[in-house]
Ligand binder design. Structure first.
Ligand code: TEU
Ligand code: CA
Length: 543
């Protein structure tokens, strides 16, 4: 707690993200659960991670897979009980692993007792916990759209008013302008802190201070005031990691969010680097070829921008994004090479890396038929785009590329039926490639993607340059190579990667030829070129 900001524990930690529905089922109902997670803790300990971020396991009608919470202080029976959660916290701690809970503070479920009350009438004491506007039944207050399709306003008959929802109609937005709402939330956070969690991930945190009349969703005028208040009242009382999801963050605002004075959060998830292959100003479904130079430019600017003035989170994947080996790598013949290349490019950077379940074994996208998908965003987008007249094959192409269910298929543990995920019928189909891509096979192959991740996690702990080094991008204009240098007063590391599936001529600069190779996805060096997806990290220094 008294550590200076520079040696906060999470600066050389690696976090593993679990999507609990899809990680490990323990009772054959086809849905992953908390006892399932506990049974896999030894696997995670061997990987070397420091903490687990668990997507929401609170009581929820599951309209948006748990991001619609009806009780923040209980566990959904589908996932287990509060006692299971306590066991998980304790069992993880025994293995040196902390638990990060997912806080969804922008909205609740419409089945949360607060909202059940709020909707009854305008003078109900809970009414002002949510965001209401007058209007007539057919004319909403304005034309704001919800993220999952349709209007952001829903008519509530009993109250005779519209409520505001940035996500589904079953996710009414909380009114952060109401101090009682904020105090309820802080109390709840302290309650989780007392149960022994090591941190929190804060869902769409940049959207809590919305001003719908002014059509302001992200980065509302009171956002930083609220965050500072929340941190004062909660997180600052413990030695926690806090990471805010902020699609609307830019480098300047991220310096505030993650300022070393600790007044707000440890870091944010920003998403600019995930958008380099979509049409600018359009939706995620409007695909475009990858703009590789833009991708490098974005990553370099964030590295430089937050150096000593903030802190980056490093991730390619999460439960909302396609699998990176399919997205930016090659999920065919070069699956292993490209998965390792992507891992090295990311983990060589400054920040706290996040590994999404299955990424460490190179799991791929799941190109299913529409009936096999479950995600509300994906299914709504399908209906909406078909209605707009977009040809079915084009709609499916973007779903196969970007749909959230790509990341949500069951974890592939072994080659038995249902990949060792469940003995029952899984809530969503297992990716048919499980017989080849699974943990058991990865552990048995010293050359697997898994061992590359394990090595990267260990390297971060061994060489301070990962945590402290400055960042310089080399050859920003190269259309094929991603090469950068990290540097402190007494250590230097170079990461070189061929991002594509063709051979590229390139000479390693002379001074680096005497470097110590820390990691390489080919067995040897080939003079004057990088082979398809070839990548290595080389080091100059005393260690
Ligand atoms: O996601 C935030 C969000 O804005 C998503 O709608 C995102 O834009 C989309 O999924 C990308 O395809 C968070 C959670 O991570 C997500 O799972 C939830 O559905 C959402 O908030 C609502 O709570
Ligand atoms: Ca289960």
């Amino acid at each position: 707690m008294n550590q200076t900001v520079n040696d906060r524990w999470w600066k050389d930690s690696v976090i593993y993200q679990i999507y609990p529905r899809s990680f490990q089922d323990s009772n054959g109902d086809g849905i992953g659960d908390i006892p399932g997670i506990i049974s896999r803790l030894d696997y995670l300990k061997d990987l070397g991670i420091d903490a687990i971020w668990i997507c929401p396991v609170y009581r929820s009608p599951q309209d948006d897979c748990g991001y619609d919470i009806s009780d923040y202080q209980d566990i959904d029976p589908m996932f287990g009980t509060l006692r299971d959660m306590d066991d998980l916290i304790r069992e993880a701690k025994k293995r040196g692993i902390g638990i990060i809970m997912d806080l969804v503070l922008n909205h609740t479920s419409d089945e949360h007792p607060w909202f059940r009350e709020a909707r009854k009438s305008r003078d109900n004491p809970y009414h002002d916990y949510y965001v209401w506007r007058d209007g007539t039944k057919d004319v909403p207050p304005n034309d704001l759209k919800a993220s999952f399709g349709g209007s952001a306003w829903e008519w509530a008959e009993e109250a005779g008013q519209y409520y505001f929802h940035q996500f589904s109609v079953k996710q009414p937005d909380l009114n952060w302008n109401n101090p009682m709402v904020r105090q309820e939330i802080y109390r709840m956070i302290r309650w989780w802190m007392e149960r022994g969690v090591c941190g929190f991930r804060l869902d769409v945190i940049d959207q809590i201070a919305k001003e719908p009349d002014k059509k302001i969703l992200a980065n509302g005028p009171r956002l930083h005031e609220y965050l500072q208040e929340m941190t004062r009242e909660t997180f600052s009382r413990g030695d926690l990691i806090t990471v805010g999801e902020a699609w609307g963050a830019d480098i300047e605002s991220a310096k505030k969010f993650s300022s070393p004075d600790g007044k707000e959060l440890s870091m944010v998830f920003q998403f600019w680097h995930t958008l380099a292959d979509q049409q600018i100003g359009k939706t995620k479904w409007d695909l475009a070829p990858l703009n590789f130079r833009m991708l490098k430019d974005i990553m370099a600017r964030w590295q430089e921008g937050l150096y000593r003035e903030g802190w980056n989170s490093l991730f390619w994947n999460n439960h909302d994004l396609p699998r990176v080996v399919s997205h930016l790598g090659n999920d065919g013949p070069y699956r292993a090479e490209s998965a390792k290349m992507l891992a090295m490019v990311l983990h060589g950077m400054q920040g706290t890396p996040y590994i999404y379940q299955g990424e460490e074994i190179g799991m791929t996208n799941a190109p299913y038929d529409i009936e096999d998908y479950r995600d509300i965003e994906l299914l709504n987008a399908y209906r909406e785009r078909i209605r707009e007249g977009i040809p079915e094959d084009e709609v499916m192409r973007s779903i196969h590329a970007k749909g959230r269910d790509n990341a949500r298929t069951p974890m592939q543990w072994d080659d038995s039926r249902c990949a060792g995920f469940t003995e029952g019928e899984p809530w969503i189909k297992v990716n048919p490639n499980y017989s080849e891509i699974n943990v058991k096979a990865a552990l048995a192959d010293p050359d697997s993607v898994y061992y590359c991740y394990r090595k990267l996690i260990a390297l971060r702990k061994e060489y301070p340059v990962f945590k402290d080094g400055s960042f310089t991008l080399l050859m920003p204009d190269s259309e094929d190579l991603f090469v950068y240098i990290r540097e402190t007063d007494d250590e230097k590391m170079l990461v070189a990667a061929n991002f594509f599936g063709r051979e590229i001529k390139w000479d390693l600069p002379e001074e680096w030829k005497k470097g110590k190779i820390l990691l390489h996805n080919y067995d040897d060096m080939k003079d004057g070129m990088l082979r398809p997806y070839e990548a290595f990290m080389t080091y100059l220094g005393e260690r």
